[in-house]
Design a protein around this ligand. Sequence first.
Ligand code: AP5
Length: 210
Amino acid sequence: MAHRIVFLGPPGAGKGTQAARIAKEVGIPHLSTGDLLRAAVAARTPLGLQAEGHMRAGALVPDDLVLEILHDRLEQPDARAGYILDGFPRNLAQAEELGKFSEVDRVVSFDVSPDLLVRRLSERRTCPKCNSVYNLSTNPPKVPGRCDRDGTELIQRPDDRAEAVTTRLKVYAEQTAPLLEYYRKRRLLRTVDASGAPDEVTDRVRRALA
Ligand code: AP5
């Protein structure tokens, strides 16, 4: 199985849900630039303070900030055996930078209809402490409003509100979707149908990585 893996797809496609499952199965870290940035925002670091407004609006955070945070994370020992990158790269400049500091074995593209994306995002709730992801209809917490793992009160991400979702989908189409062709040309791309139940999608992702 490939070990240096990129998950590519629009907001709400299920990248984070599947990255958490596959990373645990394979024993490699799940590196989400969104989670790293949200942690920086929560900790009120200088980088987090610069990123916050961009994220809230649904825009991309400037490349230099994202590269700084990702580079630091990739240098940690647990990432030496491989990783799943979830949410990076997001544009051609980031893909070129990634190519300078790491090989990529496989890129999995998550394909979902726009209507389903909007529904998944509006129903998503997350744990601000451990980043667990829930869905009000497809994956509700055992106790309404509380994280199953640590009991923390679940939140709706500020960028899951309707206005920011519209911007995020537009940004994906304009800046991130061109990466599909970039990785197809390099023979690294596999596309999975990411609609259907999470277990079915996990099977498809496993096959794409085999
Ligand atoms: P980020 O956190 O990366 O958000 P995203 O890419 O928009 O992706 P999401 O986390 O919204 O969705 P997902 O595909 O992981 O879906 P999930 O599994 O949660 O980025 C946020 C922001 O940070 C960006 O807008 C930007 O500002 C900044 N940023 C991050 N990286 C950056 C970068 N590289 N450069 C610049 N800026 C960057 O699933 C969604 C919902 O659906 C959940 O409720 C889940 O339970 C449910 N679900 C999942 N799968 C299924 C299924 N099969 N069936 C039913 N329900 C499902």
